[in-house]
Design a protein around this ligand. Structure first.
Ligand code: ARG
Length: 463
């Protein structure tokens, strides 16, 4: 019978969907991380309500004291979170009511969870930006110190991962210093735009109570209140910008990590990683695996994934608040955690790594890496046009290849067989050290330039 069937289903729905609804609706499992921000926001709001004569000083004091106590309870782990209370905002409000009674109900005057969560999340992301900024600074310092110590450590520079021209290890590390400098700039930009207070936008339209949004904005360290209440409760640009900056930083870290993996590999042996950042193999006793670098490289996936997740959540949402936006937090928490860990690991690896200078120099001289220097010498000393010099050099390289020797080891007679005007003086430019030392153009790899660049980087990034 259709009716019986309905009853059957109806009975099931009464229990089932209610429980499922609670699970899908609740965010307390993850948004409990916003508790300190939520309490700070509530205290600022409460103080403003008292100052504006909207709440009595007695109730205001009771609310503030109750909130302090809740903060202590959560800090110490004594607080019992409940899924029935959905999210961090309702969990704290419910506990406040238990602690101070009906006065708790006055805290939510002229406020909605919509501006409350927008505020909490902004405060959290602002702190995350600062923490990532600190981590970036540490890594910056480690790279700059290593660059200084290796201003004249000659290594092969690569293009296509083929030996191209000798460079200095210090110069190579300073390339990452530039990337991270741009990353820090992006986080700073994001922070500047983020730093407006949504509190007092209420549900979406503002409020009829005579609130002072400038007061709460100042109390919470914001530059000003947001200008449009609809935008304020529905904007998550600050989180997306944070994730975008984190993703690009992750991309940079993954490139550094990849190089560390390559450099530490046995065939390269350019650097030795410390025991602290390597692991052994359970079967091959000789192995020193660069796991930390590999994981830094891999966590880029999480960062990029988080960015895409939030962009996708926000795409096509009408104004103003939609529950979809509750899904904004996990990607941001995950990305912030991952990035901080990656920055710390990268800093440790960079500080600890020991370059093998002899090995780097030896490889720098391979692959006819000074062929460009040879061609440049022909242009400079013999006034040969560069294209012709390139051709002559090609022939010389072929001879060296046939003899199985490096350019610097070719007898003068062989060089003169290709170009009779070549003199002994050419040998001064054919070794890797001279090659690197000669590249003194601004931003170039010469040790003298690297030392200048290190000093400039200290000023730009660490002062
Ligand atoms: N837990 C919610 C979130 O994170 C808080 C805001 C709820 N607002 C609402 N109108 N239901 O988005």
């Amino acid at each position: 019978m259709p009716n019986d069937t309905n009853k059957l289903w109806g009975g099931r729905f009464a229990a089932g969907p209610a429980a499922i609804m609670r699970r899908i609706n609740a965010s307390i499992d993850f948004d409990k991380r916003l508790y300190a921000e939520d309490i700070a926001g509530s205290k600022a709001h409460c103080a403003m309500l008292v100052a504006q004569g909207i709440v009595s000083p007695e109730d205001g004091t009771a609310i503030a004291q109750g909130l302090d106590r809740i903060k202590d309870e959560i800090d110490s782990g004594a607080f019992v979170f409940s899924e029935a209370n959905e999210d961090i905002h309702l969990n704290i409000e419910a506990r406040l009511a238990e602690l101070i009674g009906p006065a708790a109900g006055r805290l939510h005057t002229a406020r909605s969870r919509n501006d409350q969560v927008a505020l909490d999340f902004r405060l959290w992301v602002r702190d995350a930006i600062d923490r990532c900024g600190d981590g970036l600074r540490e890594l910056h310092a480690a790279l700059i110190d290593q660059a200084e110590a290796n201003a004249d450590t000659v290594m092969p520079g690569f293009t296509h991962l083929q030996i191209a021209q000798p460079v200095t290890f210090g110069h190579h590390l300073l390339a990452y210093v530039e990337m991270l400098g741009r990353d820090r700039g992006r986080f700073a930009d994001c922070r500047r735009r983020l730093n407006e207070s949504p509190l007092g936008s209420a549900a979406l339209a503002g409020t009829a109570f005579p609130i002072d949004r400038h007061m709460t904005a100042a109390a919470l360290g914001f530059d000003r209140p947001t200008a449009n209440s609809l935008d304020a409760v529905s904007d998550r640009d600050f989180a997306i910008e944070f994730l975008a900056a984190a993703s690009l930083t992750g991309v940079h870290l993954s490139r550094l990590a990849e190089e560390i993996v390559v450099w530490a590999s046995d065939p390269f042996s350019f650097i030795r990683l410390s025991d602290a950042f390597t692991t052994g193999s359970s079967i091959m006793p000789q192995k020193r695996n660069p796991d930390a670098a590999e994981l830094v490289r891999a966590k880029t996936g999480r960062l990029n994934g988080s960015l895409l997740a939030l962009l996708t959540v926000m795409k096509g949402l009408p104004l103003a608040y939609q529950k979809d936006m509750q899904e904004d937090k996990l990607p941001v928490f995950e990305a912030a955690d991952a990035l901080q860990l990656c920055l710390a690991a990268a800093t440790g690896m960079v500080r600890d790594m020991q370059p093998n200078r002899d090995r780097m120099r030896e490889v720098a001289a391979r692959g006819f890496s000074t062929a460009t220097d040879l061609a440049d010498w022909l242009v400079r000393e013999l006034n040969v046009p560069f294209r012709r010099a390139h051709h002559i050099t090609g022939e010389i390289v072929r001879r060296a290849e046939t003899k199985g020797c490096m350019l610097a080891d070719l007898p003068l007679a062989d060089l003169q067989a290709v170009e009779p005007a070549i003199t002994e003086g050419i040998f001064a430019v054919l070794d890797a050290d001279s090659s690197a030392a000669s590249r003194t153009s601004f931003g170039g790899t010469a040790p003298s330039r690297v030392r200048e660049a290190v000093a400039a980087a200290r000023q730009r990034f660490l002062a």
